[in-house]
Ligand binder design. Structure first.
Ligand code: TRP
Length: 457
């Protein structure tokens, strides 16, 4: 095993920043607001919080345990921990999920480049809300441009992966993450001081419980998994690069907290503006791309704000695309003894092909649907709502029922040097609550629970 050739993070700060970089991305600033928008607002947010706390945190910690303990890629770890068994299926699920997620994530990342370009050329200036909407639809539905941007974004990801993550990503994260945070706060202030801002805040924070149904619950769970980057071995891969004395519990709490905070700030930044400009909160994937340029136009030097914001969004996306790419690259590099650059090239080409189809499915291929979803929507659905929760469930079942508790505790307490006050609670949640809850949510979405109720009645 060529462990010495793999990237390692340089310091504890690097560990946290890289993992936050992985978790914070389009999921927080693009997907979270639009999911909240189409799922009815505050009620969705509430269930999202519950999923983060009771499913997300335990799964994250469990992934950290697996990764740092075995120090291999997402599928390789199971060959170390459970040789000769089928558990490595968790890892294969993850490798496929990496391709599928990148297949649409890289396209949206490409959109940020278009908006950077537009901000630079001054063409975002002086447009009305309707114009932003129309222009977005025209752009995302066109053939060549979005694919070129997707290609460029995959190229950037590729270069960083090939040249090693340590210097590039650690350094970029150290500067960019705090700046992103600051910009978010300034934009939140601008947004909540727009006329009718309170309507947006009500939408985000005042739950209407009648909005909750099985699909809202599944969406909230999917969003929690997607945003925390859990369920597909991304955090297994990253934690295999953690320095040995990393406090895993603290890191899980910090990453979860910051990730959730960024999502909430994104919500506060977007919903007041949505209501203030009369945009539909249910607009879908274009929500952020039509709302934010409107807010920026309300600021002096609007173009500069757009520029800074979309650069930061692009960087946040980049630190996430790298983490996804790394899952597949590390797997091929280590399991097939392929040189890293060749493994990376295969991954990049695979994503590019998926990316082309998902980009085209916003336009000319719109009519070609799978279960009623466009290819873009299908990739999103199958990963966030199926593969990630399923992966998370299997990870919990594996560690809960197959791993000796002493080994688990030793790893999570750094051989007893850091306390773990809620160890038994954690084990209970990881072993029973998370798998059962995820299972029930699946059954519920499939309509099976309703059928059983009808049968009993
Ligand atoms: N969590 C990232 C975001 O919010 C996306 C991401 C990176 C991801 N790695 C992942 C999602 C692994 C699922 C699994 O943008």
């Amino acid at each position: 095993m060529s462990t010495e050739k793999r990237v390692t993070f340089g310091s504890k700060l690097g560990v946290v920043l890289a993992t936050v970089g992985c978790a914070v991305g389009l999921g927080n600033i693009w997907r979270f607001p639009y999911m909240t928008g189409i799922n009815g607002g505050a009620a969705f947010l509430l269930i999202y919080f519950i999923c983060i706390l009771f499913l997300g945190l335990p799964v994250m910690l469990t992934e950290f345990f697996i990764g740092r303990k075995s120090r291999r890629n997402a599928a390789g770890v199971f060959k170390v921990m459970a040789p000769g068994t089928k558990w490595s299926i968790i890892g294969y699920n993850g490798v496929f999920a990496a391709f599928f997620i990148l297949g649409f994530y890289a396209v949206v990342s490409g959109w940020t480049l278009e908006y950077i370009f537009q901000a630079l050329s001054g063409s975002l200036n002086g447009k009305s809300a309707e114009e932003f909407q129309q222009d977005f639809t025209l752009f995302s539905g066109s053939i060549i441009r979005p694919i070129l941007w997707t290609f460029l974004f995959i190229g950037m990801t590729h270069i960083i992966i090939v040249s090693g993550v340590k210097k590039g990503i650690e350094r970029a994260s150290k500067i960019m993450m705090p700046v992103l945070f600051l910009i978010l706060i300034i934009l939140c202030v601008r947004s909540v001081t727009l006329p009718n801002a309170h309507l947006g805040l009500d939408f985000l924070f005042k739950p209407d419980f009648s909005k909750i149904n099985s699909s809202v619950i599944l969406s909230a769970m999917g969003q929690a998994f997607f945003s925390l980057s859990i369920g597909m071995g991304c955090l297994i891969t990253y934690s295999s690069y953690f320095v040995k004395d990393t406090n895993l519990q603290k890191t899980a709490l910090q990453v979860t907290f910051l990730d959730t905070l960024v999502a909430i700030l994104a919500g506060i930044m977007i919903f007041p503006a949505v209501f203030s400009f009369g945009i539909e909160p249910t607009a879908g994937p274009e929500l952020v791309f039509i709302t934010l340029p409107n807010v920026f136009n309300q600021l002096p030097l609007g173009n500069i704000w757009s520029l800074i914001f979309f650069i930061l969004l692009g960087v946040a996306a980049l630190t996430s695309t790298i983490s996804l790419h790394e899952v597949a690259t590390a797997y091929m590099h280590e399991e097939y003894k392929m040189i890293r650059s060749r493994a990376a090239l295969i991954v990049s080409l695979g994503i590019l092909i998926l990316g082309i189809f998902s980009s085209l499915s916003m336009g000319i291929l719109k009519e070609y649907t799978i279960f009623g979803l466009t290819f873009f929507e299908f990739l999103d659905y199958i990963t966030a709502k199926v593969m990630l929760p399923l992966g998370g469930m299997l990870i919990c079942i594996y560690v809960g029922f197959r791993v000796d508790r002493k080994i688990l505790k030793a790893e999570l307490t750094n051989e007893g040097t850091v306390p773990f006050y809620f160890f038994n609670t954690y084990v209970f949640f990881m072993k029973y609550i998370a798998p059962i809850a995820i299972g029930l949510i699946f059954l519920n979405e499939l309509g099976l629970i309703q059928k059983i109720q009808e049968l009993v009645a």
